[in-house]
Design a binder for this molecule. Structure first.
Ligand SMILES: *Cc1c(COP(=O)(O)O)cnc(C)c1O
Length: 414
């Protein structure tokens, strides 16, 4: 009997093998139907920050399920969403107090961009509809999000002819590129709604890092030219870089921040676009049309908010940020050996992110198979192998992941 398979993301369904079936997850382990167990090195796209099936989150969702799995946020609120909003506002830096919910990171980006464009319209300033973003950035797969992604990244090149034309530049790395950036911004300031960047870690388009000073410099320029600064913390938010939010490393306070992935500890789809009072006030008016014109059906879903509240509890009761720093040391030490392998151009670590970069694109499918045969779930992409494990992974499991990377990278390089 043939069973119809789901159409999988980023997968050539004709040639790719039928995917393995996962039947259970626990902590950092994925249990497969065929009896094998894999240690997860990537935490389901760096979302599962407490590991899988954490009893505290599971219980919170079960309790919420008993009395109200969902209610529309059109005209109603509920306790989990009010509580979550208050907590996020307290945790986020500065004046980021106004939280708009959606169900995925890409949609949170769409909302951030829409918010920025409508902000200027509401203030009676026309023509500010474009965005500046950075090469090697990734902000999601929907059309507005794609338009601010890296322009040559294979995933989005295909749609170039239908994407909005944004201004995409290199991240400034020195004084010279900084003044070049300043020039571009001066030229385009009157048509720009905002600047969007992933702070410190450009994740899904290559796991590239930059220093807090770079982020601070970008923030500085946007301030001087009166542009909105949008920080995409969908990958970095909730401890991944060793602080709760990556912008804290640079003491930068954006006008809008986007969150998702680890917001619910990677358990439920939920995203947030959070604005400062300054942005929010531009939407307050006696004219209805100045309201933020967006409203996802599952906006602020109570189950997802319950999961997010429980995830935040764990950041209070368990030492996640310290664990991220411990992971950082172990990755630094453990992956260093890869630097000596031929074909490896870079080994870099920031917080609980470890990256080995190849000179040439390796045979990804071969590497992925090698990792499975080593008993680990690690999914290299492009020219990088990376680890973004649960923040509470123990050092033995982390060492097994590191050993597998070292072994497979060594084999691939020779
Ligand atoms: C994953 C990711 C997104 C997109 O989120 P989805 O939930 O996959 O739509 C956007 N920005 C960053 C930085 C991400 O890591």
């Amino acid at each position: 009997m043939s069973v119809t398979q789901p159409w999988l993301p980023y997968r050539q369904m004709q040639t790719a093998p039928i995917p393995m079936m996962a039947v259970r997850t626990e902590g950092v382990r994925i249990y497969l139907r065929d009896g094998r167990t894999l240690i997860d090195g990537i935490g389901s796209w760096w979302s599962a920050c407490h590991g899988y099936n954490h009893p505290h989150i599971r219980q919170a969702v079960q309790e919420q399920l008993e009395f109200m799995p969902h209610i529309m946020l059109g005209g109603l609120v509920h306790e989990p969403v009010v509580r979550l909003t208050d907590r996020l506002a307290r945790l986020l830096p500065g004046e980021l107090n106004h939280v708009f919910y959606s169900e995925s990171g890409s949609v949170a980006i769409e909302i951030a961009m829409k918010m920025a464009v409508q902000y200027w319209k509401n203030k009676g300033i026309s023509g500010r509809t474009r965005f500046m973003s950075f090469r090697d950035g990734y902000h999601g797969d929907t059309f507005a999000a794609m338009s601010v992604c890296d322009p040559v990244d294979g995933m989005h090149r295909l749609f170039k002819d239908v994407l909005a034309d944004q201004i995409i530049v290199d991240l400034p790395r020195d004084e010279k590129s900084l003044s070049a950036l300043e020039n571009i911004i001066s030229t385009h300031a009157s048509e720009l709604a905002g600047v969007i960047v992933e702070p410190l870690v450009q994740a899904a388009a290559g796991m590239k890092f930059h220093e807090p000073e770079v982020l601070a410099a970008i923030s500085d320029i946007t301030r001087r030219h009166d542009l909105l600064l949008i920080l995409d913390e969908i990958a970095t938010g909730f401890g991944r870089t060793g602080k709760l939010f990556a912008c804290e490393h640079a003491a930068v306070e954006p006008d809008i921040i986007t969150l998702s992935k680890a917001l619910t500890g990677g358990t439920m789809p939920l995203a947030a676009t959070v604005a400062t009072g300054h942005v929010y006030e531009a939407f307050l008016s006696d004219e209805y049309e100045k309201a933020l014109m967006h409203g996802p059906t599952f906006c602020g879903n109570p189950l997802a908010c319950a999961a997010a509240n429980a995830s935040l509890d764990l950041f209070e009761t368990e030492p996640r940020l310290m664990q991220a720093t411990m992971i950082e040391s172990q990755l630094e030490e453990g992956l260093a050996v890869c630097r000596g392998y031929p074909g490896v151009t870079d080994v870099r670590v920031k917080g609980a992110i470890g990256v080995v970069q190849f000179l040439h694109r390796p045979d990804i499918n071969y590497l992925r198979e090698q990792f499975i045969s080593q008993g680990v779930w690690i999914r290299p992409f492009g020219d990088v192998v990376y680890l973004t494990p649960a923040l509470n992974i123990d050092s033995d499991d982390l060492q097994q992941l590191i050993n597998a990377v070292n072994h497979v990278v060594k084999g691939a390089a020779s």
